[in-house]
Design a protein around this ligand. Structure first.
Ligand code: ADP
Length: 351
């Protein structure tokens, strides 16, 4: 995909934190710890760009998404939309910004109200923002949106159960587009769909991105899903981004051991490349976000860990020992011992 990462950021997240109190007791709740769901996340989303955020279940992806669309308040940090910190806005100013950052949810089976018609579901955002679509114009607008996402506008009076999973996600996308947002936060938008349908929905999202000049934050638990849609990818582990870079940097020149381990598990279509791929099996389980290891949070599962890793928190920056060589390995990676390792060999040309 084209490199759009040098453009002015439309969204900029700095030091984003979300901690939840961990309480016990039924009558007299007592705080016994803290869930550090998101624990210091920084990234910028350029205008027209797709940034993929990838990590295993529980690493904090949805919590980041919910903070971006104001469903959760950050414990700390800033979220700047076109330079303005939206975590401090309220009232009318907040409403205006929220219109421009919309979410597409993961599960089209549970996120659509079964008792509402498709027309009401897609048009519901206009109840909160009537200035976008006057009452008399709503039906036409909803029909246009159905058409835009590849559904028959005559389906406007049908109910969600009358559609397939892929079609339901198209309805979710149409609803996300209703207010003509500039940014779409898509939280695992294809994870609940059959593999054969995933590509269709991703293709649709790519087409809509061009048509409506959208910027996407695309969340997934698997590096293979975001590969074709992302310009850049950030890899999350236990509440933090551990490596971030352009597509080719992350997939072909990963430097963080966690990214290397994730890549070693992605499906590889070419049998030759599959046979030559190195499999990295990580030790143990992901630690609990209530009990994050000192220093580098990945060290308890890392085959490269040394004593220093328990004491120093590695910054998400271009590692100094890699930065002197401009090239694909010189991208931000939060590892003291970052080094390039090509886990998935290049595909052999098929004859
Ligand atoms: P992901 O989207 O990557 O699967 P989440 O953002 O949903 O991860 O969750 C990150 C961590 O925060 C998990 O350990 C989860 O259990 C915890 N968490 C999420 N929401 C809450 C909440 N409202 N209260 C307490 N813990 C929460």
């Amino acid at each position: 995909m084209a490199d759009r990462s040098s453009a002015e950021p439309i969204l900029e997240v700095t030091g984003l934190v979300k901690h939840y109190p961990l309480a016990t007791g039924i009558l007299f709740k007592k705080q016994v710890g803290t869930v550090r769901a998101v624990d210091g996340v920084d990234f910028a989303l350029a205008r027209g760009e797709t940034l993929g955020i990838v990590g295993e279940s529980g690493c904090g992806k949805s919590t980041v998404a919910r903070m971006l669309v104001n469903l959760e308040r950050p414990t700390a940090g800033t979220i700047r939309y076109k330079g303005e910190d939206i975590t401090r806005l309220s009232g009318r100013a907040l409403k205006a910004v929220r219109r421009n950052i919309q979410m597409v949810f993961q599960d089209p089976y549970t996120s659509l109200n079964p008792r509402m018609t498709v027309g009401d579901i897609i048009g519901e955002p206009y109840d909160i923002h009537p200035e976008v679509a006057p009452k008399g114009d709503r039906r036409r607008r909803v029909q246009d949106l159905l058409d835009v996402v590849g559904l028959n506008p005559e389906y406007i009076n049908r109910y969600p159960h009358q559609f397939s999973g892929g079609q339901r996600q198209r309805i979710g996308i149409a609803r996300g587009l209703a207010l003509r947002p500039e940014v779409i936060v898509a939280d695992e938008p294809v994870s609940a769909l059959d593999v054969s349908v995933q590509a269709q929905v991703i293709n649709l999202m790519e087409r809509l991105q061009d048509e409506f000049a959208l910027s996407y934050l695309f969340i997934a638990h698997d590096l293979s899903i975001v590969r074709h849609i992302s310009d850049r990818v950030g890899v999350m582990y236990l509440g933090r981004i551990v490596e971030i870079g352009r597509d080719a940097e992350i997939y072909d020149h990963p430097t963080h051991p966690y990214t290397q381990a994730l890549l070693s598990a992605v499906p590889v279509p070419d049998p030759g490349a599959r046979a030559r791929r190195e499999r990295i099996i990580l030790a143990g389980d992901v630690p609990s976000p209530t009990n994050i290891p000192s220093g580098c949070r990945f060290r308890t599962r890392c085959w490269k860990a040394q004593a220093r890793c328990a004491e120093e928190i590695p910054a998400l920056a271009v590692p100094p020992h890699l930065g002197h060589l401009p090239g694909p390995a010189a991208h931000p990676s939060a590892c003291l011992f970052a080094e390039e390792k090509q886990v998935v060999p290049p595909e052999t040309p098929t004859r």
